[in-house]
Write a protein that binds this ligand. Sequence first.
Ligand code: FAD
Length: 535
Amino acid sequence: MSRVLIVGGVAGGASCAARLRRLDESAEIVVFDRGPYVSFANCGLPYYVGDVIREEKKLLVASAQLFRDRFRIDVRVEHEVTSIDRGRQVIHVRDLRGGGLCEEKYDTLVLAPGASAVRPAVPGIDLPGIFSVRTIPDSRRVREWLAERSAKRAVIVGGGFIGLEMAENLARRGLSVTIVEKAAQLLPPFDPEMAAPLQRHLEAQGVTVRIGDGLAGFAPGPVVKTEKGAEIAADVAILAIGVRPETGLAREAGLRIGESGGIAVDESMRTSDPLVYAVGDAVETVDAVTGLRQVVPLAGPANRQGRVAAEAICGRGTHFRDVQATSVCAAFGLTMASTGASERTLQRAGISDYQKVYLHPGHHVGYYPGARPIHLKLLFRKSDGRVLGAQAVGEEGVDKRIDVIATAIQLGGTVHDLAEAELCYAPQFGAAKDPVNLAGFVAENVRNGDMPLAVPDPAAFVLDVREPEECARGMLPGAVNIPLNQLRQRVEEIPRGRVVNVYCAVGQRAYYAVRLLRQRGYDARNFSGGWETLK
Ligand code: FAD
């Protein structure tokens, strides 16, 4: 009978333990977690703070007792693994309830210690009222603090996914919220033009957004001091500036750490020691699009890696695929989702063989009440049309489109595959030409030369084919307005021998204009996404 010890019993560790039991009734499986719970829903914590999830016990997906009774898995909470002696195949475990240190022997060890919230060493970081939200006790402390202080003002440091979710949940509790973000935009994994609507939306909802300003420190209150010299008085401050992989145990045990800072593993989740596996936020993975090594702290990969490790331990040849960081977040009624590479990631990776299109279709047909626009950016390889990434922002239907494109990326799909994707349709769900199909059509039009993309060019003639009342809300400098419906009659007003950069509201009428002009010998091009993207 083999003895498998697992360090960390939440997403990766708990998945690994449960899968192991399903594959091997005889294994002795022991899970250690230094926290008071295993298998809890960290992703639900912001909503517990916001009182959307009212009972703490709803966050417990499975209890230690359930693991014992249903799976005969020995779960030891409040037990911290302090070191690994690989030579003797033992780990040292401290019972945090005062039970001292003991030694546990393993045949196989799985590390699933997750990541820790970044707490920068700035002045005042340990003052009361400054919280990270990583565990149930963390969230409980925030709730208690809010209630005790009758908190009215919150500062969120960090405008990523968790920061946004915390902003929404604190606003839901009636607090006024300020977000301080060091980067020049919210949601740094997104490209800036895709994050811009989010900022506008948050500001319209009364959230103060300070981008391009980092945290300098805290004064009692807490008062949040920024690098640009602002002092923001608050009743509570939440740190949401990212996580660091928990690699201490692995490092000290001499396991190989990857170039991106996560534990290095192979495709079976095996570390540099064949008897030790590692999964979840602590490990380094390969970016499915760029091939670069990275640490991606997301629940989906952690769960799947736990399963892959269990299968590998049981001798199955399952392999973990590369990671494309498919993720979604909602705040203040807006959903932001992305998959694969952003344009910035491609540029950082030195990849220039790409093109991008923007579109803003309704999430379902316009004639059915309630259609809301989805702002979609699609990146694809110029040379062969392979889909590289997508980002979408909108109120409805965003996750569905990004999930479809995510699957296409995993299967090596091209923009033609998106154009041809057969997706479910009825008026309240989508359109016979779904936004995913449209993205494929637009990209195909670019690739086959039907609709070359415009780039800003001072020598170009800029043609706005919207109606005059739309132009009154703003136009590109120097643009000439000829509404699409008049274009055939007025085509002679467009000078020959110059590039004609065309735009409309979202790109569709400009596409019709480009086709009309190109068939009359003009070098017409479309500003993808139109005024909605350009403004
Ligand atoms: P964890 O789930 O963090 O578990 C690691 C466990 O190991 C912890 O319980 C820790 O106490 C324990 N541990 C560490 N070191 C030791 C040790 N030495 N001895 C014993 N125990 C140890 N991801 C998404 O995909 N979507 C979301 O919406 C989302 N929302 C999130 C919201 C919040 C507030 C947070 C904090 C995370 C969110 N995530 C989300 C990320 C997701 O929760 C993580 O990617 C996932 O939980 C990682 O799983 P893991 O098993 O690697 O680590």
